[in-house]
Design a protein around this ligand. Structure first.
Ligand SMILES: CC(C)(COP(=O)(O)OP(=O)(O)OC[C@H]1O[C@@H](n2cnc3c(N)ncnc32)[C@H](O)[C@@H]1OP(=O)(O)O)[C@@H](O)C(=O)NCCC(=O)NCCS
Length: 171
């Protein structure tokens, strides 16, 4: 399956130099990717992680953008989606301006992760993407572990400081 959306860059989407805001493009990418993930999951999805977001070329006022999303990998409840964004010239020629990988989790009516149908890669490109997706997943999970450990350390430090202040107040 492939989800495609099209946008024209309007005045409200650009900065003072008539360049597209990166955040605006990220929103368009997120929506396109989420539609692709929902179509695969046949359920609601939530964005769990975004990475490998590469801005390859600038985009300007009045440019026409074509965003194409495709599932690259599935786990038990998670779905990775690649989105490629092209600037389309009036003659139809397309230039790749952004590539991004989003990780969604399929959720039930209570917001809890639910299982998805496995994606079956076909052909050398999809097989290569699948292998790369496994490497990205390992990296993401390691990052999540590190972030959680850091958050716990910060909490412990904040608690120790609170306790120190409390003990000092008692004297
Ligand atoms: C994403 C979310 C539903 C995961 O819930 P959870 O209780 O942590 O569930 P699990 O740990 O079982 O993870 C579910 C799946 O997501 C994957 N996952 C979750 N966070 C991940 C991350 N940072 N990187 C890679 N994979 C991740 C898990 O590996 C698992 O995949 P699998 O079932 O295919 O093996 C939960 O963290 C959440 O609701 N986050 C907020 C999402 C949100 O609000 N997004 C909008 C952004 S504003």
């Amino acid at each position: 399956m492939r989800t495609t959306t099209v946008q024209i860059v309007m005045v409200s989407h650009v900065n003072g130099s008539n360049r597209l805001f990166g955040g605006q493009l990220m929103q368009w990418i997120d929506v396109t990717a989420a539609v692709e993930a929902r179509r695969h999951a046949f359920s609601d999805v939530t964005t769990a992680a975004v990475d490998a977001l590469e801005f390859l070329a600038p985009v300007f006022l009045n440019d026409l953008l074509v965003l194409q999303a495709e599932v690259t990998w599935t786990g038990k409840t998670s779905i990775e989606v690649r989105v490629e964004t092209f600037r389309e010239h009036l003659n139809g020629e397309r230039v790749l301006v952004n590539r991004a990988y989003f990780l969604f989790v399929a959720v039930d009516n209570h917001g809890k992760p639910r299982e998805v149908e496995p994606f079956v890669p076909r052909g050398p490109v999809q097989l290569r993407e699948w292998d790369n997706a496994i490497t990205r997943r390992e990296h993401r999970l390691k990052m999540r572990e590190e972030m959680n450990a850091l958050a716990q350390l910060k909490n412990e430090q904040a608690f120790a400081k609170l306790k120190q202040n409390h003990d000092a107040d008692e004297y």
